[in-house]
Design a protein. Sequence first.
Length: 621
Amino acid sequence: MNRLLLYILFAITAIPAAAIEAADGQQWYGYYSGSEQLSEFGTGQSEHYMCAIFLPGNQGQAYGKTIRALRFVVQGVADLSDMDVWLSSSLPGTMDDVDIERHRIDLSAVADLTPCDVALDAPYAVPDGGVYVGYSFWSDDPFPVIATMGVPTQANSFFLKTSDSYPTWQDLTRFNYGNLAIQVLLDGEFHENAAKVGNFGEKVTTAATATTLPLTIVNWGAKGMRSIDFVLTSDGVAQPEQHYDFDEPVTVVRGTATIELPFTSPAEPGISHKTVTITRVNGLPNEYGAEEACAHGAVVTIGESAPRRVVMEEFTGTWCGWCPRGLVGLEHLEKDFADRFIGISVHNNDPMAIPDYDPMLPRSFPSENLDRQESGDPFFGFFYGLGSEPSYGIRDDVERHLAELTEATIELQADWADADSTRIRATASIALQYDRDDTPPYALAYVLLADSLRGEGNDWNQNNDFTLIMAQRYASDPYLGYLTHLDQRIKGMAFNDVAVATAGLRRGLTGSVAGPFVQGVPNTSEHVMDISANTIIQDKRNLRLVVLLLNTDDGHIVNAADTRIGASSTDAIASPVSKATCVPQRYDLTGRRLSDTSAGHNAMQIVRLSDGTTKKIIVKP
């Protein structure tokens, strides 16, 4: 179809149809099933959005099928304009690049958080090369895009491009933002009793411990799932078939349920490879073959947990008025947990921002991510916004993460690889708490941190909304109270723990971890980071390097270490890195010199160091 003809077709405004019911031989299908809890997503600013999923044509549910209609869910409809739904053989650079079918939507017929159906002009047969299905619009709503939450993120389920924040297409499935709330109505032959089980990664447990193995079961049959039968195979030895009845039937295609399979871990450290195969659904043979209906994982048994460090990536910006509480949370966590905690301050849209973290930015600021497993507020913690505001609740979250089992230790050394101090040579040593003949699903990532960053101009002044009337309820808070007495724009701040360079940030460096491993014996890995072109670094004496040991199955941080350049991480633990290694002179916020470090009215103090620099510190009562 040529471009001119497409333009003529696109001029037609499509009024969304009333709910289209799937007839016999039809099925609504997508990575979103329609039954999940939903979450909102957006860039927080006005811009043009393009969102899509990809349906492979040579495998999966769309194989050999025909698309009849599209279904989508959005929010903030009152702030949307120029909305289209479309099919395209590739991700389009602009709307003019859509090459299959495009419909302009009459937004008067669209409601917030309500599935909206649009029939195609003619059925479209999904080709072997697959098809992208998406929608586009201009939005003044900060979070207009709707995705799933609480269910596994599927490959091909969320692609995003925006006019400003994400000018090139991003595959957001790598960052677990959920599955885009869009479906297609398919024509064809479908399974009636079919189910799959998702790969379950590696479960870490201590020896001879009663525990459970979580299994996520996905329905692929038109008849739903009332029960399943399955076989568990451990290191090639199949156990007797087991039966499981669901408390609540799973009725929608691609709907999921999680079951906990009880077992007792082995008496000795080691790894046991396991396979789960679903043999029957609703008492009938699973219409998926054994290869498609099985999932793999392992149980890692350790004698005791390795020493653990929790990593918090704190998302902030000088423009963000509520972000000072994140700086307070970070400073107190470093004080309370010392060598058991690593804080990384990730700046956005200010002079300290780096593009490496852009695909991982949260939907609101301030925010944090603990070990890339759990997101929340960097001061109030995970339960902020759920009806309670625990002051400094993030401390409890860090305590929970410290209690989790860790099967690997990691240590780090870093030095300058050249006389000009432009290249950092990092050597990481990884040791497991058990023997392993293969390479575990690990990779290393590095983040370079800078302390005492400061600058001139409005972009360096920290916005502080704790001066507003609405924030006066925090005036008596022992941690946040001093913020209510500062200026609306805090000038001259020294920013610490700032991420200024990375390597392998999201998925780790390929080949950076290699087996086999002997219990307790470290394997080493070396990486050189070039910072010669870095314009954010101000004083190379204030740099620290962090190494993250990532699990490549789900992206979580297994363990971490940090060090100054020229010192080992064991040295850093024995004598924690001082961000001000000289005798300070102390002043209150009015500039009056103090004779001691007493708290009270002087809980927030200005410290002038012997090198001439100054910083604000908190003196805890």
